[in-house]
Ligand binder design. Structure first.
Ligand code: FEO
Length: 582
């Protein structure tokens, strides 16, 4: 067994830096952490500032369990590290916390070396792995309360944690070491040589951002899983799947999850997302829609049609004002499992006060989308967005459409709450705050094939050296996902007396994925973003940091280049009456 931390450097130094660290973290327990120093993005909406790690664990009782593996990019490094620790032929169990490839990408490789091992996972995960590893394997399906005795005191207890953040997620608790293996939950995209969480200040912003992207859309599922966690006994270490393990600040950091999730789950406005796990692209599409909804403060509850309890479906549909459905499979085994739940969902619909959204899963045999849309309409529901049709393997553009569709639905559902809040501020303060004024600007950005534009007025120069500016962007704005750290955009300054047409255009409500620049005269800036031909001036910016201001992101950017088109003209000014809404 390794007594001191060891680091294996990647040979491919000219590429992204990949290293592996192996360290004992508890009696008979070792972590193999794959450090991905330069990864700068997970999904389009999830820019990374500090790389990430993929954490795997070995527990050596009388029997040996491996908890999760690593990303396929670490194949050689990870397998070398694993073989340095143990003869793979002696591994008895491989616990799969969930099946996304950043943790299970090397399961097939490990099974090749350890064909005797039994895969331990949730039922849904086993079904997915059958199609993923292309070989026979022994399996043990586990659910909350099940245990697995490795001997020498290492009794593993399992907890279902669906939607944290994948349908098949489970936690594993080792009673001997009081370690809870949580994979994505309580993780963070933060790469450092530190195995544990000593320096809270270094990573707490990454911890929060990770929560907002992955866990906030499933706040009620977080609360449910944490209630189940509380029954396990004392937890002294959270062995997560990304970033440093939680030990020094465990209570503080789990407490934050509890508070953030309860605050979000408190909202009375609920949207229910029905999907079929493991079918086509249902999982990721439904997550993208949920992410978009959660930006508006509306609570999302995800329901996997394969395991939906009819009573729960009935109760949820009774109180949800938004119903989103991914087309279930039309035939085969999966259809048998899902169609009853879809029938229960339709039977529970109340009608006129509810709104709906539909998306295709691209699973090869989807129920046709148009008859389903008709059925919703016949029951009196209004569509929140046009059905999302998937004709090809989804790309980032499609996921952006899903995210924006979710936000549209959330904004529609939240409009009553928003009006109530608008009226609740003390009127003197409200008016005084309204005397703050600013210029009028259009932010324009392009990332890959995705473009966006937004009217902004909360803009200010923020520094001289380097030249920099700050912009406050509401969290439910589509352009927010193109303003991650490292992203580039253009700030177009509008001209006094010559801005109404641009203001009118960019204040329009665009359908999800619509081209914001259709009919607008633009050229391309050096940084790739559109410059508006009618702007008085423009500056090219690069985001260097973001501060979380609850309902806004305060985005600080350094300025690279800029030009004024008319030296004699002045900036258009925005005078407001009140300070509690735009
Ligand atoms: Fe870290 Fe859901 O994978």
């Amino acid at each position: 067994m390794t007594l001191a931390a060891a680091t294996v450097e990647s040979a491919a130094v000219e590429q992204a830096r990949l290293t592996v660290r192996v360290e004992d973290i508890a009696p008979e327990t070792t972590t193999i952490r794959s450090l991905d120093w330069d990864r700068d993005r997970f999904d389009i909406e999830f820019g990374l500032q500090n790389g990430t790690t993929y954490n795997s664990y070995l527990i050596r009782g009388e029997k040996v369990a491996l908890v999760d593996t690593s990303h396929a990019k670490f194949r050689q490094l990870y397998l070398d590290a694993l073989r340095g620790e143990i003869d793979p032929a002696t591994i008895d169990y491989i616990v799969i916390s969930h099946t996304e490839p950043d943790h299970s990408g090397l399961v097939a490789d490990v099974l090749e070396l350890a064909p005797q091992a039994t895969i331990v996972a949730a039922k849904v995960a086993i079904q997915f792995l059958e199609g993923f590893v292309h070989r026979n394997f022994d399996r043990q399906v586990v659910k909350s309360g099940d245990t697995l005795d490795l001997g020498d005191g290492h009794v593993l207890e399992f907890v279902n944690a669906p939607n944290l953040h994948w349908p098949d997620s489970i936690f594993t608790y080792d009673r001997k070491t009081q370690t809870l293996y949580t994979c994505d939950a309580f993780g963070m995209h933060y790469c450092s040589d530190d195995t544990f969480d000593e320096k809270l200040g270094d990573f707490e912003a990454d911890y929060r951002f990770y929560y907002e992207c992955l866990m906030a859309p499933n706040a009620r599922s977080v609360v449910s899983a944490m209630k189940r966690m509380q029954k396990l006994g004392e937890i002294t270490t959270i062995a997560n799947g990304h970033g440093p393990l939680l030990r020094h600040n465990l209570n503080e950091l789990t407490g934050r999850y509890w508070n953030w999730s309860n605050e979000k789950a408190d909202s009375e406005t609920v949207a229910a997302v029905f999907y079929t796990s493991g079918y086509g692209y249902s999982d990721r599409i439904s997550q993208a829609i949920a992410h978009g909804i959660s930006k508006t403060g509306v609570v999302v509850e995800m329901v996997d049609l394969k395991v939906a309890d009819p009573h729960d479906v009935n109760e949820l549909v009774g109180r949800a004002t938004g119903i989103i459905l991914g087309t279930p499979p039309a035939s085969g085994e999966l259809a048998k499992e899902t169609l009853d739940a879809v029938g229960t969902m339709f039977a529970a619909i109340k009608g006129r006060k509810q709104t709906f959204g539909l998306f295709e899963c691209y699973g090869g045999d989807d129920e046709p989308i148009d008859p389903l849309a008709r059925k919703f309409r016949d029951l009196g529901l209004k569509p929140a967005f046009a059905p999302i049709r998937v004709k090809d393997e989804p790309d980032e553009q499609l996921y952006q459409v899903c995210d924006e569709a979710g936000t549209d639905l959330g904004q529609f559902l939240a409009r009553k709450d928003a009006l109530k809040k608008m009226k609740s501020l003390d009127s003197d303060l409200d008016k005084a705050l309204g005397r703050l004024s600013g210029g009028l600007y259009i932010i324009t950005a392009q990332k890959g094939d995705i473009t966006s534009g937004m009217l902004a007025s909360w803009v200010s120069q923020a520094s001289f050296k380097p030249l920099g500016l700050s912009i406050a962007v509401a969290k439910d704005r589509a352009i927010e996902s193109l303003m991650q750290v490292g992203d580039r955009f253009v700030l177009n300054v509008l001209e006094e007396g010559n801005y109404q047409h641009l203001m009118k255009h960019f204040l329009k409500r665009f359908p999800p994925g619509a081209d914001r620049f259709e009919g607008v005269d633009t050229r391309t800036a050096a940084n790739g973003s559109p410059v508006l031909a009618d702007a008085l001036a423009y500056v090219e910016c690069e985001v260097t940091s973001r501060m979380d201001c609850e309902d806004h992101w305060l985005v600080y950017s350094t300025v690279e280049e800029g030009k004024v088109s008319n030296e004699d003209a002045r900036t258009a000014i925005h005078h407001r009456k009140v300070g509690n809404h735009y």
